[in-house]
Design a protein around this ligand. Sequence first.
Ligand code: ZN
Length: 246
Amino acid sequence: MKADPSAQLRLLDLQAADTELAQLLHRRRHLPELAAIAASDEQTALLRGEALELQTQLDDIADDQRRFEREIDTVQTRAKRDDQRLTSGGLPSKELEGLQHEIATLARRQSTLEDDLLDVMQRRENLDAELATIVQKQESFATDRTELDATRDGHFAEIDANTTRRAAERAEIAGDVPADLLALYDKIRAASGGVGAAALRHRRCEGCHLELAGSELNSVRVAAPDAVVRCENCRRILVRTAESGL
Ligand SMILES: [Zn+2]
């Protein structure tokens, strides 16, 4: 392939633009905020699960509480009725004995139910406190997340502006490179880690950093200025400059 030496030199500008565009893309994909946001999302999901679990327990406990309250109510109503029968008097002694026994049983039952109710209320209080702690953590994560989003968006805006500017410059530079040379450069760049053209500086290929010697150096020396030369080692386009040391 042949190309005007000035077009070959332009490949180095093109490469600089492509390298910077690749760096911008890499930076955009690997912002520390993105990892922090992913970690925050993970924690938030865990907290959501914990909150849901606690809420389920609290719902069950509320059911228990209502059940105990109803039972206490029933026991109290019955004890009250028994009391009235007792105080109204005139009961045969056997019935009186049975009534007194029932009143004592109801009192014990009420006492047990009230203990159970207190127990349930205590558990509810503990769970409420746990839930409040989780809600607090959730709010703190939400605040951090808002800040992370804002920082990420700031970086995105800066990176995107640079990318737009550099891409426009890249397009302009590419306009100075003949189509066949550009196609070769793009093909090599895609296959060689993003570097399609490298300067030959002090006899060294700046693509693979190997020094040219012997017959390879000789063939580059004698090559016509418009010949497109490639590194024998990395196959990248070697651009000769005033500093090539030939
Ligand atoms: Zn090379």
